[in-house]
Design a protein around this ligand. Structure first.
Ligand SMILES: *[C@@H]1O[C@H](CO)[C@@H](O)[C@H](O)[C@H]1NC(C)=O
Ligand SMILES: *[C@@H]1O[C@H](CO)[C@@H](O)[C@H](O)[C@H]1NC(C)=O
Ligand SMILES: *[C@@H]1O[C@H](CO)[C@@H](O)[C@H](O)[C@H]1NC(C)=O
Ligand SMILES: *[C@@H]1O[C@H](CO)[C@@H](O)[C@H](O)[C@H]1NC(C)=O
Ligand SMILES: *[C@@H]1O[C@H](CO)[C@@H](O)[C@H](O)[C@H]1NC(C)=O
Length: 312
């Protein structure tokens, strides 16, 4: 996922202010729910980063927004990603721990062209370190790989679970909701102790993955329940109550009907999900609607759950 860097974000805010309050200003002042204490993340040093040893020469580095890992071996350092906001701090982190040079970079397609590529599985061995790379299908997006350091039992899979936090908008911008949900079981099949999700505060563990699996399961069930209600006489979501007035005011305007239907089912699903999850995960009020929206669309398109627009 591409998060705006802080510098870009700050310059956007200042340009918004200087051009007289258009654009994102209204959202800037919106007051969201306070964050639970658990979401505070790890304490960054005065240079804006934190390095955590996960054992056996495996380390997590975070700048608060992005996190990544690196492995110190007897023959060089393997860096798994170069997050844009972390930048040179990654070199500082490595430089403060070892005199070994960075010899391997396992990175994403935005970075320098790799010397080695693979289709489904590759085991990288550097000195005493091993990193198992597996491509198991889309998960979050095409090319998203599972990276496992077996000695320290650290698994890195980006943009599926955000420990303590609601997933980023639209389930971390998942391109395929089915694959996103399935990714939780693929993760849990590993014997891992630490999970690095690529974003926010800290490394997670099995509990964090199970919590997110329960969350996305609830979101899914609630969105199905919302669509189910549209086929009943429910006074809010029932098709007659929901769509009757739209067609009465806008004869023949199917887009208007769809828009109202998607908005109402999404809103109901988000509200229902918040009843249980608000304050359990951080920022549910920020992204619950967007997360419900991508599930409602997927239920229609991928799962064929069509509510009043199906043939029963
Ligand atoms: C590999 O070697 C590094 C550097 O000596 C050491 O810190 C690390 O614990 C070792 N890791 C494993 C898996 O043997
Ligand atoms: C160690 O980290 C600090 C910043 O935290 C940096 O200024 C310094 O250059 C680093 N040392 C090495 C050898 O990279
Ligand atoms: C996972 O991490 C959380 C937060 O640090 C902690 O409360 C929980 O006990 C951990 N669970 C396991 C299985 O280690
Ligand atoms: C939705 O409706 C289907 C078909 O009647 C039913 O099998 C399913 O259990 C319902 N799901 C929910 C969450 O209401
Ligand atoms: C969801 O909650 C919001 C805020 O309380 C409310 O305005 C909205 O009508 C609710 N949506 C549904 C479909 O009940």
């Amino acid at each position: 996922m591409q998060l705006l860097s802080l510098t870009v974000l700050l310059s956007l805010i200042s340009s918004t202010v200087s051009c007289g309050g258009h654009g994102i200003r209204a959202r800037d002042v919106q007051k969201f729910d306070p964050l639970p204490a658990s979401a505070a993340g790890l304490p960054l040093n005065s240079d804006g980063y934190f390095v955590e040893s996960l054992g056996h020469g495996t380390y997590m580095i975070t700048d608060g927004i992005y996190n990544s890992m690196f492995l110190i071996s007897t023959e060089g350092v393997v860096v798994v990603d170069m997050p844009p906001t972390t930048g040179h701090r990654l070199f500082w982190a490595v430089g403060n721990l070892t005199h070994q040079p960075i010899t391997h970079l396992q990175a994403d397609p935005r970075r320098p062209v790799p010397h080695v590529t693979f289709d489904t599985a590759y085991t990288l061995r550097v000195g005493n370190q091993t990193l198992e790379l597996d491509y198991k299908g889309e998960a979050h997006m095409a090319g998203n790989i599972f990276m496992f350091a077996p000695a320290a039992k650290v698994l890195m899979v980006v943009d599926i679970v955000f420990p303590d936090w609601t997933p980023f908008s639209e389930l971390g911008q998942a391109q395929n909701v089915y694959e996103y949900i399935k990714a939780h079981d693929l993760i849990l099949a590993y014997d891992f102790k630490y999970y690095i999700g690529g974003h926010l505060g800290r490394a997670g563990n099995r509990t964090d993955v199970l919590v997110n699996k329960e969350y996305v399961g609830d979101l899914f069930t609630n969105c199905v329940a919302a669509i189910n209600l549209t086929t009943t006489n429910d006074p809010v979501l029932g098709a007659a109550a929901l769509l009757g007035p739209v067609f009465a005011s806008n004869p023949g305007n199917y887009w208007a009907a769809f828009s109202v239907y998607i908005e109402a089912t999404t809103s109901w699903c988000a509200n229902k999900t918040n009843e249980k999850w608000e304050h359990r995960l951080a920022a549910t009020d920020v992204y619950q609607y967007d997360n419900a929206a991508v599930v409602i669309q997927s239920l229609r398109v991928d799962y064929g759950i069509l509510g009043p627009f199906g043939t029963s």
